[in-house]
Design a protein around this ligand. Structure first.
Ligand code: F6P
Length: 361
């Protein structure tokens, strides 16, 4: 059995432990061969981006963030960006990807990624490629999966950032707005903000009004706590307002998704019309995705990596590994198209509100 392995979409801590588990189990127990495809699906389109993936490649990578295979969030074979004259245009190169898999003599492909990478894998499976998937994302927004690896590490980084913002906010009596990743899902913001003790939590699932936030800040000031922490998702927006966008999907050929950013500034500007306190905005950005994975993410990624080879061995092509109810099983790759969102009337939001945290609703 000769398998291609690729990591696609945004990187996240845990990719290297997963690659390590796949390669070690595959070679040591099952006698498989691996081909590393570099930069996501680019490795299945462009020449010279495929190389043997051996035990030697996996030495020392367990605690490392990022991915030794490289990744790309612009390499969709169905909408591939190609240069035609002066312009970049999108072309369907899926046939070339299938051809390349044949040239490389791949019996199957292990695609590791978030919703974008896995839904491409599902489409390639429909075209007849043998594909299995492993879900990752710091956004934790895949519906068929309790938790994706990368999320725990990002949650820890954001919690620590909120802790650090607390001490400086308190010293200066400032309102600190911290902008957190997560695209259109508020899990990372909600859970880190709860763990870090933020006073206001603004998530995409609950469009906010500025009045209740102003009231919350004023009531804290009346109680002699003149600093406050506002945790806001990059995808959060005021009621009736629009998403804060840095780049539209159509501005970047082959990217396919909007680039968010600036929600913290939008919120700070709205607040500044109502309060005297000094407001500062911190955008955590890619710090949230960098560095060593936590023990929980290493473990989850290692389990996913070992388990995905059961799917290969048993011929469960078109499926991905998924943690559900504490067990790692297999679900159809089609599940990756369904995304989950924070339930505005779910336990975490309800409990947070019962502690006096404001959601701006
Ligand atoms: O999906 C993971 C994620 O980190 C999102 O939270 C964020 O919006 C996006 O990727 C950023 O992507 P990029 O690194 O391509 O700007």
């Amino acid at each position: 059995m000769r398998l291609g392995v690729l990591t696609g979409g945004g990187d996240c801590p845990g990719l290297n432990p997963l690659i390590r588990a796949v390669v070690k189990r595959g070679i040591l127990e099952l006698g498989y061969d691996f081909v590393g495809l570099e930069n996501g699906y680019m490795g299945l389109i462009e020449p010279d981006l495929a190389r043997p993936l051996t035990l030697a490649d996996t030495r020392g990578i367990l605690p490392k963030g990022g991915t030794i295979l490289g990744t790309s969030n612009r390499a969709n074979p169905f909408q591939y960006a190609v240069r035609e004259g002066e312009k970049w245009v999108e072309r369907d190169l899926s046939a070339r990807a299938l051809e390349r898999a044949k040239e490389l003599r791949l019996d199957g492909l292990i695609a590791i990624g978030g919703d974008g990478t896995l839904s491409i894998a599902a489409r390639l499976a429909e075209l007849g490629l043998n594909v299995v998937g492993c879900p990752k994302t710091i956004d934790n927004d895949l519906s068929g999966v309790d938790q994706t690896f990368g999320f725990d590490t990002a949650r820890m980084i954001v919690t620590e950032a909120i802790d650090r913002l607390h001490t400086t906010a308190e010293s200066h009596d400032r309102v600190m707005v911290v902008e957190i990743m997560g695209r259109h899902a508020g899990f990372l913001t909600l859970e880190s903000a709860l763990a870090g003790g933020a006073d206001v939590i603004l998530i995409p699932e609950i469009p906010y009004r500025i009045e209740p936030i102003v009231e919350k800040l004023k009531s804290r000031a009346r109680g002699k706590r003149s600093f406050s922490i506002i945790a806001i998702s990059e995808g959060a927006a005021p009621k009736g307002g629009s998403l804060a966008v840095l780049e539209k999907a159509e501005d970047v050929p082959g990217r396919g998704v909007v680039r968010l950013g600036g929600s913290g500034k939008v919120c700070a500007d709205l607040l500044a019309e109502h309060i005297e306190a000094e407001i500062r905005v911190t955008v955590l950005g890619h710090l949230q995705r960098g560095g060593a994975p936590t023990a929980a993410d290493r473990l989850l990624a290692t389990r996913y990596g070992a388990k995905v080879l059961d799917l290969v061995r048993d011929g469960q092509w078109g499926h991905m590994v998924a943690l559900r109810g504490g067990e790692i099983g297999a679900v159809s790759l089609a599940e990756s198209k369904k995304q989950k969102r924070v339930d505005p009337s779910g336990d975490d939001v309800r409990f947070a509100k019962s502690l006096g945290i404001c959601f701006g609703d």
